[in-house]
Design a protein around this ligand. Sequence first.
Ligand SMILES: Cc1cc2nc3c(=O)[nH]c(=O)nc-3n(C[C@H](O)[C@H](O)[C@H](O)COP(=O)(O)OP(=O)(O)OC[C@H]3O[C@@H](n4cnc5c(N)ncnc54)[C@H](O)[C@@H]3O)c2cc1C
Length: 111
Amino acid sequence: MLVGDAGGFADPISGEGLYMALQTGIYAAQAVKTQEPKRRYLQAVRPLLQIIRDGRRVQKLFYHPAVHSRLLHRVQGNSRAVRFYFDAQVDDYRYTYRQMHKLYKDYKRSR
Ligand SMILES: Cc1cc2nc3c(=O)[nH]c(=O)nc-3n(C[C@H](O)[C@H](O)[C@H](O)COP(=O)(O)OP(=O)(O)OC[C@H]3O[C@@H](n4cnc5c(N)ncnc54)[C@H](O)[C@@H]3O)c2cc1C
């Protein structure tokens, strides 16, 4: 079982890997206690793999020079928006990268 960075568990957008390293470590520890560790581990990490797959798709758009500079310009000085994003997304993945529009809507609604 590969966990954390060794398993490629890092967020393609933020580069953060601590959450996934801890999470996959917990999943691995839980899986080795079962009769089918490989199956249990692969099943447990599926949602994280989906986040990484989706993030890789969004990554191309997010880091496109034209898009990225506009985005940075919009959030610059807007600590509320940045905090909302970090609390909702980076801290505990309340939204997947497929749900970015929902995150934006919820942020607008929270203002
Ligand atoms: C500069 C930098 C800043 C970062 N900032 C953030 C951040 O702000 N937030 C965030 O979420 N993530 C951040 N990350 C990513 C995060 O640090 C990693 O994703 C996370 O530490 C991965 O944990 P890990 O346990 O998989 O690997 P590691 O933390 O790299 O642990 C692997 C350990 O194995 C040891 N090791 C390697 N080979 C052997 C061997 N042969 N025998 C024994 N031990 C060995 C290493 O010394 C190391 O201690 C950052 C990474 C870098 C490089």
